[in-house]
Design a protein around this ligand. Structure first.
Ligand SMILES: [Fe+2]
Length: 236
C-alpha cells in the first residue's frame, strides 16, 4: 500500500502564499521523514510543475504529482493528470464535463465537499456524480464536529471512492489524515487505483485549538477573496 497525501499547498500558491512558509522541497523533505510514497502539490488555480522538484522527490522515493485546487463554479475541485493550460479552461461544471471527455486521463476529486464554506461542492457531488472520480475525507474535523460523516454516508450509498487528505498549509498538518492506495508507485497506476476505490483512509481528529486557528485562517482568506473581487469589480 502506498502512503499518499494528495492535497497540499506551497509558498508560491497564488491564494495562500501568505499562510504557507515552506517550499515544495521542504514539503518533500517532511513527507519523506514521514515515509510518504505519493505526494501531490495542489496550489489554488495553478498547476505547479517543476522537474527539479520531481527529481528531488524521486531521489527520496516519493512519487510527486502536480495538480491544482481549481475553483469550479467557485467550488474547490482537485484536478490531477492535466497541465496548467488545461486547468485554466475549467471554470464551471460545464467546462469540467467537457474537459472530462477531452481528457479522460484526468482525475477529479471534490475537496471537503460537505464542510461549511461556500467553496464546497455540497449537493453538486450528488447532482453531478459523473463529474467526480472520488470525494475527499478532510482532515478538518473534531470528534464533536465532523462534516465528513455525511460524505462517508453518501459515498457508501453512491459507491463513490473516498480519499483522505490534510489540505496541508503547515508542515505539521501532513500526516493527520492521509490515504493508503493499493497500487504500484507509478502515476497511471495510482490514478487508476483511486478511480477503482482501492483506498483506505487513515485519520485522527484535529485538536480544538488547531481547529480554531484553521477556522480563523479560512475566514481571513475568504475576506481577502471578497476584497479582491470588490477591487476588480467595483459596484457602480
Ligand atoms: Fe486546499
Amino acid at each position: 500500500m502506498l502512503k499518499a497525501e494528495l492535497h497540499t499547498h506551497i509558498n508560491i500558491d497564488p491564494l495562500d502564499y501568505k499562510f504557507v512558509d515552506y517550499s515544495a522541497f521542504q514539503l518533500i523533505d517532511r513527507a519523506a521523514e514521514l515515509n510518504f510514497n505519493v505526494l501531490a502539490i495542489t496550489c489554488h488555480n495553478y498547476v505547479y510543475d517543476d522537474p527539479a522538484a520531481k527529481e528531488y522527490a524521486d531521489k527520496k522515493n516519493i512519487l510527486l504529482l502536480f495538480g491544482a485546487e481549481k475553483d469550479v463554479d467557485g467550488k474547490h475541485t482537485l484536478l490531477y493528470n492535466i497541465n496548467h493550460e488545461v486547468a485554466q479552461t475549467i471554470n464551471t461544471l460545464d467546462d469540467l464535463r467537457r474537459a472530462r471527455k477531452e481528457h479522460p486521463e484526468m482525475l477529479v476529486i471534490a475537496a471537503h465537499p460537505f464542510h461549511y464554506y461556500s467553496s464546497c461542492h455540497k449537493k453538486n457531488i450528488i447532482q453531478h456524480p459523473d463529474l467526480f472520480d472520488a470525494w475527499e475525507y478532510s482532515f478538518f474535523y473534531a470528534s464533536f464536529f465532523n462534516p465528513n460523516r455525511k460524505t462517508m454516508r453518501l459515498a457508501k450509498a453512491y459507491h463513490k471512492p473516498l480519499v483522505g487528505n490534510s489540505d496541508v498549509h503547515k508542515l505539521k498538518d501532513i500526516g493527520r489524515t492521509y490515504t493508503l492506495i493499493d497500487a504500484a508507485p507509478r502515476e497511471e497506476e495510482v490514478f487508476k487505483a483511486i478511480k477503482e476505490g482501492k483506498t483506505k483512509i487513515i485519520t485522527t481528529p484535529v485538536p480544538v485549538p488547531e481547529l480554531i486557528r484553521i477556522t480563523c485562517r479560512a475566514f481571513c482568506v475568504g475576506l481577502r477573496k471578497k476584497w479582491k473581487r470588490r477591487r476588480e469589480h467595483p459596484s457602480p
